[in-house]
Design a protein around this ligand. Structure first.
Ligand SMILES: [Zn+2]
Length: 119
């Protein structure tokens, strides 16, 4: 696997991908705001539709949590880019590698550190 430092072209490509992701995620975040309102307990709706509403709300919540984490990672990566240390693992400080960053430009850790954290 390619774990060498990024070339200028690769860095610029990933930077553009991050900016694009940030815009999309922020837009998504705005759109899901409406759906995450608490279920109105006083609203006279049937049991099933109330269950649906709660389930949908939980799904929206999970989606927002995911969005929130992703957005934080994207912003942190953009911040790292501005400081000139984008592409380095935030745990072992080795280059994360272009292949992994191309798939996940916001990845904060290299594969081995990610594995360690998840296990
Ligand atoms: Zn690492």
């Amino acid at each position: 696997m390619d774990r060498s430092a990024l070339t200028t072209e690769q860095l610029e490509e990933l930077h553009q991908a991050l900016e694009r992701d940030r815009l999309q995620l922020e837009e998504h975040f705005q759109l899901t705001k409406e759906g995450s309102k608490p279920v109105q307990l006083g609203t006279p709706i049937g049991r099933l539709s109330r269950m649906d509403a709660i389930q949908q709300q939980q799904m929206t919540k999970a989606g927002r949590t995911w969005l929130d984490i992703k957005l934080r990672q994207v912003r942190a990566s953009l911040e790292a880019y501005r400081h000139g240390d984008y592409g380095d693992c935030r745990s072992c400080h080795e280059p994360i590698g272009y292949a992994r960053l191309k798939a996940r430009p916001e990845a904060p850790f290299c594969l081995s550190c990610q594995d360690t954290r998840e296990s």
